[in-house]
Design a protein around this ligand. Sequence first.
Ligand code: AHR
Length: 551
Amino acid sequence: MTKIGRRTFTQTVLASSAAYLLIPRSAKASDSRIEILINEPVGAIAPEVYSHFIEHLGAVIYDGIWVGEKSKIPNYNGIRKALVDNLKKLKPGVIRYPGGCFADQYDWRDGVGTRDKRPTRVNFWADTRYKTTKAYEDLEGGPQKYEANQFGTDEFVSFCRMVGAQPYLAANVRSRDVRVFLEWLEYCNAPANMTTWSTERAKNGYPAPHKVSFWGVGNESWGCGGDFTPEEYATEFRKFTAWLPTYGVPLKLIGSGPNGGDIAWTRRFFQALAEKGSRQIAKLYGWGLHYYCGSTGQQIANEFTENEWYDLLERANRMETLVEDHWQVMGEIDRERRVKLAVDEWGAWHKQDADVPPGYLYAYAGTLRDALISAINLDIFQRHADTVTMANPAQMVNTIHSLFHTYEDKFILTPNYHVFEMYMPHAGATAVRSEFISPKANFTRLDAQRKEVPASLWGLNGSASLKDKQLTLTVVNPSAKETRNAEISIRGASIRSGESRTLTSSDIHARNTFANPHALEPKDATVNGSGSTIPYTFPAASVTRLTFSLM
Ligand code: AHR
């Protein structure tokens, strides 16, 4: 089949849609056009694009996940039941643990064996992040201040099994040596009673190996994970990964990739790694890109102007350029394209809400804006299904871009959760090319001198995928006020029937709280129309999933 280049396609569609837009119509005239090219596959959407991340940070582990077996809060062997039941519905790909920055100070041996004999350590995040603040003084001890290691490797793997996810463990490169990593591998993957560590695992109640395939080699090694240069980290990577025992489990190693747009980190690491030959590159399964949009904890999640709404959505949208730029640079060395991107930390990062306990570091109730940010990111990963092999929002519960909020027996689903639930049909499907044409959203933002400057974001964007005869199209309308009347055209098939699921609100600050847990939830409807072209109106400030059965 002849493929049309993106520019030619856009020009053709623009010309035809311009002509189309000129046709007087009695009904609502279209202002936008979406083309789905179902015969142009991009690639399979890895189920691991729907992955998660948890860390010993704030109340992620303690309260969020681990409540203990004796808790009055309903639990499965100590793990919060409501979390397990709801997470399972999202079919999580992998769960990454124990960090994050925490991983590079963690010793896995602290977290195995009889629970009441495990050592207590200072909680790294409380100690390093806000020791000099009033919030630290306000901490009354407990797991957010002192880490008693009640949740460790075995509890983590059990949690993964309960929800159907693969475990993804991050090795400590900064403060433990290779041997500690090798012993962790052995504890997790060696057959029962083969070695001292696998005997220990069996004694702890887990005779069958944990079979952990995914291993991170450090975390943010350019920063909290060691302040390495790319060349130094390449040396560490080689040292940590030379001659790893597999115990029959294929190992998928993720390298500590760049901070946002730090192209030099990617280029210099790949160059330095390749100095020892291409076998070194082949050891890498994924290259971990981290990108947070937002003010890294400076601004309150639900206090923003309309301009700030757009500003953050546009910053989230930069993920697309990051994915494309790092991918291009990786290809300069990895000509055979063996290594894919693992975006194993992404999301919007706001300030901790004033009404959460001080130890719940960076916990806040996200809004509709955060939901759109989730959708923007997931759509980007899907449009780059041939490039992105894994993606993990930071983090699953009670911190930053979370899907769940808990406080003792209280438990709610955030707007991010609803987007993940809506996007589920994409996982494992084949992404197909889609093109969106719509009037841009214009806004102003403050530049470095705090001067207002004009900026813009696309009018509609999204992604499409095909599984059997079902087409899933997800679309974000970022306009705070305007609906978009689109003509959706399917090239290569026609629609038998369709359904929609939409997350929106007339209030762009809408969010779910313990007091009002169902304020923002998706709504279902039937889509009218059949054939290869149908009209569809996307509400302002919305995420929409359209599911079409094709003939
Ligand atoms: O997700 C919070 C922190 O952000 C992680 O620990 C770290 O990797 C990143 O800087």
